[in-house]
Design a binder for this molecule. Sequence first.
Ligand code: C5P
Length: 228
Amino acid sequence: MQHPPPNPRPPTVIAVDGPAASGKGTLARAMAAHFGFDYLDTGLLYRAVAYFGEVTPPVDAAAELAAATLARVTKLAASLDPQRLNDPHLKSEKIAAAASYIATFPALRAALRAYQVNFAQTPPGGLGAVLDGRDIGSVICPDAKVKFFITAAVEVRAKRRFLELYGQGHKVVYAAILHDLIARDRQDSGRQTAPLTEAKDAIRLDTSTLSLEDARDFVLAKAQVQLS
Ligand code: C5P
């Protein structure tokens, strides 16, 4: 008698959400390295669509995107080449603002959903996936085994982003970065579709006064407990 093959274990998913520059990317990467999981920075998907789709946010943030532009960028999102996520141009604050703008459109979010769900379900290494973003625990991977919500005071986040960009040799002004982060927080938390939300079952960590080492120890210990 033939037995069906045993069900392979589905990959483990860790969801990490939070506002920009909260430290979520660094902590997500640390968890992926520690547990041998694959990592996806989902913000890069929105940034890539904004950059390669040549989207400029309108002065009036409430203005609609032209239907033809939305159709074009949605098509781009549905067939995004992972190689494009490595483009250094994606890192700028200008592209972040454009990404936050296009992220308000439900059709665009739907087009990027498949990429993220596919990564979570079939990560390249097969063991598990860590995804960071704004709606991972609430919309993309609501059944994730572990969920984190990483936050920090906006002034602390602006200072971190300033030092990061300054360290990379960019000409940056702290007040401008603070202004941009406040605007992006407002847009990401206020949009109707998949706003930045803290999932009910997420572990919350405020990194405002924590060293990177302490924040990393905290998430690794929490994740370890939930995964065992
Ligand atoms: O994470 P990052 O700051 O690179 O994301 C850029 C923008 O992409 C965010 O401000 C947000 O509007 C959007 N985003 C999103 N959902 C995600 C990841 C990013 O809406 N899961």
